[in-house]
Ligand binder design. Structure first.
Ligand code: KIV
Ligand code: NA
Length: 273
């Protein structure tokens, strides 16, 4: 019997102890993060972070399901949310429900996430009606960056602010259990948090949000490409890996590795791997 944090228990965490969220894409990282976070998001950022695609549009349902399965195998406690990739939900509520069902049935995750507000409210309501919890995602929406003319912070113009309030309200009314607010002016994100009854999870948003999320590779310093300003780097794993590779290369070239402890002698008792 699983004792995971449920989407409905995340829903109750409005204005309380902040909800700690990180992305995870793999079994070992899920194992490491599970003790520390409330929620693991298998973000479609996996397409960029692990697969080297230019944008998140490189994610497919199959890709999300494979990583969702790995993260489920590696975690026991966290609420696991899997992103719905671009093209899997926008067309109709029916398409959205079919894709959400596939993700949940094939991974066993607690919930799905999709991007958009007013334009996907019917999809959110339909997935929720099918019994699958949904996390919303408003503000900067990476799946729309191409059609939006680049990565633009939201809430800097009047129209933009009005649209954010409409989107936040639409997501809440459609029955989402929480909503990610990304790349949004701080005061606007803080006020949106006060205006809606479901927990807001900020990324490049506000410290007043009900929780925070970061991309794991960004926060541990693994991301090779430029990282956004809102990322705080808590470790520098790029240099750790680079130094390990340099040491290994030098030892192979100098025949220092493998040493006596890394090879097998003919004696049977010393033959254990
Ligand atoms: O795909 C992702 O990593 C995300 C989070 C950054 C919210 O959607
Ligand atoms: Na995402």
């Amino acid at each position: 019997p699983e004792l995971r944090i449920s989407a409905s228990s995340i829903r109750l965490r409005k204005a309380g102890v902040p909800v700690v969220c990180l992305t995870a894409y793999t079994y070992p990282v899920a194992r490491l993060l599970d003790d520390h976070v409330d929620l693991l998001l298998v973000g479609d950022s996996v397409a960029m972070v692990l697969h080297g695609h230019e944008t998140t549009l490189g994610a497919s349902l199959e890709m999300m399901i494979a990583h969702g399965q790995a993260v489920m195998r590696g975690s026991a406690r966290a609420c696991v949310v899997v992103d719905m990739p671009a093209g899997s939900y926008e067309a109709t509520p029916r398409q959205a429900v079919a894709s959400a069902r596939r993700i949940v049935n094939e991974t066993g995750c607690q919930a799905v996430k999709l991007e958009g507000g007013v334009t996907v409210a019917r999809q959110i309501a339909a997935i929720v009606a099918a019994g699958i919890p949904v996390m919303g995602h408003i503000g900067l929406q990476p799946q729309s960056v191409a059609s939006d003319g680049g990565y633009r912070i939201k809430g800097r113009t009047q129209e933009n602010v009005a649209a954010l309030y409409r989107d936040a309200e639409a997501v809440e009314k459609a029955g989402a259990f929480s909503v990610v607010i990304e790349g949004t002016v701080e005061t606007v994100a803080a006020d949106l948090t006060r205006q809606i009854s479901i927990p807001t999870i900020g990324i490049g948003a506000s410290g007043d949000c009900d929780g925070q999320i970061l991309v794991i590779d960004d926060m541990v310093g693994l991301t090779v490409d430029r990282v956004p300003k809102f990322v705080k780097q808590y470790a520098d794993l790029r240099s750790v890996i680079s130094q390990a590779a340099a040491s290994y290369a030098a030892e192979v070239r100098s025949r220092t590795f493998p040493g006596p402890n890394h090879v097998f002698s003919a004696a049977a008792d010393k033959n254990k791997a």
